[in-house]
Design a protein around this ligand. Structure first.
Ligand SMILES: NS(=O)(=O)c1nnc(N(Cc2cn(-c3ccccc3)nn2)Cc2cn([C@@H]3O[C@H](CO)[C@@H](O)[C@H](O)[C@H]3O)nn2)s1
Ligand SMILES: [Zn+2]
Length: 259
């Protein structure tokens, strides 16, 4: 099987060949139509979304051929909101971005695309024994989606953007001897978000993700965005435009926690 990617020959429009679920009932990302999202007080009311992350004492970075990923080793927990009492453990975070600032996010808001989107990937540690065990379960995963827009530099992201040069080629890994607190990658407002049931946005596209997409974007500097665009993918091309376009909403409702 030709390895999936984001080029014309192996990009999102071809994924259905090897991963038929690509045309499934709960695929991600989606276009978030803000007027159609339903305010749902009990999503917010009963127990607000809460993160309890432990700062990483060293930062494990991997160029996995289609994104730059930070593998988490500490026990970070996400719970509340649409997740109820279940505790989801932080596994990794990674990003999607464009070749230019006008595109790059996976979710869109009323058709608007952001320059990049950060994904913090969690698995349901209350119900399953590992990421691999949870990854195909309908309530197995939860991913926080954070929109990135060009602006001032994000200090907590510097450990990643400053090391992209050393992670140029696919498969490159490195451990940076510095701390990283995933909480500082989140927007200041984590109360206002949209949430819906979806999938992984890269193959194997499992329909196992409760998506939580924050309304407030985070700013990264131009230099930080350029560092991402200089990475090289598994085909030896510049890693750019590594985003899947929105999939059909089908019979789903998007909920929001704000009016
Ligand atoms: N755009 S997003 O929606 O957010 C994401 N899109 N993909 C993501 N991951 C990659 C992935 C691979 N697999 C998988 C599972 C079973 C068989 C083959 C592939 N599922 N998701 C998330 C991800 C997974 N992993 C590693 O998958 C291994 C295989 O399951 C597991 O043993 C490691 O413990 C875990 O760390 N890392 N990241 S997220
Ligand atoms: Zn992602």
């Amino acid at each position: 099987m030709a390895h999936w990617g984001y080029m014309t020959t192996n990009g999102p429009s071809t994924w259905g060949k090897d991963f038929p679920i690509a045309n499934g009932e709960r695929q991600s990302p989606i276009d978030i139509v803000t007027t159609a999202a339903e305010y749902d007080s009990d999503v917010l009311g009963s127990n607000a979304l809460s993160t309890n992350y432990t700062p990483e004492s060293e930062v494990k970075l991997v160029n996995n051929g289609h994104s730059i990923m930070c593998q988490i080793t500490k026990k970070g927990v996400l719970t509340g909101g649409p997740l109820g009492k279940d505790e989801y453990r932080l596994e990794q975070f990674h990003l999607h971005w464009g070749a230019e600032d006008n595109r790059g996010s996976e979710h869109t808001v009323d058709g608007k695309m952001y320059a990049s989107e950060l994904h913090l990937v969690h698995w349901n540690a209350s119900k399953y024994s590992s990421f691999a065990d949870a990854v195909q379960k309908p309530d197995g995963l939860a991913v926080l989606g954070i929109f990135i827009t060009p602006g001032v530099a994000c200090n907590q992201f510097k450990v990643i953007s400053d090391n992209c040069g050393k992670l140029k080629t696919s498969g490159a890994e490195m451990t940076v001897d510095t701390t990283l607190d995933p909480t500082l990658l989140l927007p200041s407002n984590t109360s206002d978000y949209w949430t819906y049931l979806g999938s992984l946005t890269t193959p194997p596209l499992f329909e196992s993700v409760t998506w939580i997409v924050f309304k407030e974007p985070v700013e990264y500097s131009k230099e930080q965005l350029l560092a991402l665009r200089n990475l090289v993918d598994s085909d030896g091309n510049h890693m750019q435009d590594n985003y899947r376009p929105p999939a059909a909403l089908k019979q789903r409702k998007v909920k929001k926690t704000f009016t």
